[in-house]
Design a binder for this molecule. Structure first.
Ligand code: ZN
Length: 242
């Protein structure tokens, strides 16, 4: 495999973008183009649950199983506080974003289940798949890339042919929170073809749009995901005025 990939992507969830149920809703004038619809994300989730209910494929992990378990446990612990959103008060507990190599937004989706589950990264990857050349290879930076990589090997979640075109790395800064064995395999610093890329573009994006946290919390719910003045419009306006 050409290890640097043809396309390098970043992805991450941010739990500061909670949306208050009490903000209510209003009419939508057009379909959002940056936000993946809840229906699509829910369909991916159902597919993942179905795939995971079956017997896993006999795959040898690229790092020892106990390392993957330890990485997952420390990621869960680090994210536990961020996940504490009262579902009675909020109808979205966060926003998940996928960015290109240059930190520009490709897709977003609302996080409406507790925690950052696998359907968000899978839904974003599948959305990208339809837009890239048939044989283009992706290097996906994700802060729990090691666990996701192994899980996608065990279960037929991504379509055959596409799974082989997606490799995972862990963003350079985040990789320090992983086991040393994991870092050797998944840190971009040890990944042939990524050179000095730190793959932390998503964090720069969150930092740049942080002023939207308060504004979007009280938007109409459909404004949060799409219509005339959408979350993504505001994101682009703020990014452009940088
Ligand atoms: Zn790891």
């Amino acid at each position: 495999m050409h290890r640097g990939g043809d396309i390098q992507l970043g992805a991450d969830g941010c739990f500061s973008y909670r949306h208050l149920k009490s903000a209510g809703d209003g009419p939508i004038s057009y379909d959002p183009s940056y936000f993946i619809s809840k229906d699509k994300v829910d369909t991916v989730r159902a597919r993942i649950m179905n795939a995971r209910s079956k017997k896993p494929r006999p795959m040898k992990p690229s790092i020892p199983q106990e390392t993957i378990d330890a990485c997952e446990a420390s990621w869960d612990a680090a994210n536990e506080k961020k996940r504490k959103v009262d579902p009675k008060q909020h109808d979205a507990s966060g926003v998940f974003v996928m960015t290109c190599r240059h930190s520009q937004v490709l897709f977003l989706c609302n996080i409406d289940m507790p925690g950052e589950q696998q359907q968000y990264i899978v839904a974003c990857l599948e959305e990208v798949k339809d837009l890239i050349p048939l044989h283009a290879k992706i290097v996906q930076a994700y802060d729990v890339g090691c666990v996701t990589d192994h899980s996608l090997n065990l279960y037929p979640i991504l379509s055959a042919g596409f799974r082989e075109r997606v490799s995972f790395v862990i963003n350079a800064m985040h990789s320090f929170g992983h086991q040393w064995v994991c870092q050797i395999v998944y840190s971009p610093r040890f990944y042939r073809g990524l050179c000095l890329t730190d793959a932390e573009g998503v964090e720069r994006f969150w930092s740049r749009i942080r002023k939207l946290i308060g504004i979007t919390r009280n938007q109409w719910v459909s404004n949060f995901t799409g219509p005339r003045v959408s979350f993504s419009d505001i994101v682009r306006t703020h990014a452009a005025s940088g």
